[in-house]
Design a protein around this ligand. Structure first.
Ligand code: SF4
Length: 89
């Protein structure tokens, strides 16, 4: 009797996505270093709706009422991007 063998492509894909997110955050950090220039919304995949319950109003980078320390432009409290960092307790 033979057992079919399975590959692990899923794990490979997840590692790739983690690397992409890491390089985006590195870009955001570099933009912060070079003065007050901010990252374009498209670079951090900003969206105007929350993601899995996470949203700008709960992020350490959010500046009320509608701005962000690291992302350029008008930022909704209900928005989200890959640089999201939850406020500490
Ligand atoms: S999730 Fe955080 S870093 Fe991203 S746009 Fe909103 S406030 Fe800025």
């Amino acid at each position: 009797m033979h057992e079919p063998s399975h590959g692990s492509r899923r794990r490979f894909l997840r590692t790739g996505l983690t690397l992409v997110a890491g390089s985006v955050l590195a870009t955001a950090a570099r933009a912060q270093d070079s003065g007050d220039s901010k990252v374009e919304q498209s670079v951090v995949q900003y969206q105007t709706s929350p993601k899995d319950g996470a949203k700008c109003s709960g992020c350490v980078n959010f500046v009320a009422p509608n701005a962000c320390k690291v992302v350029a432009g008008n930022i909704s409290p209900e928005g989200w991007c890959v640089a999201y960092a939850p406020k500490g307790s």
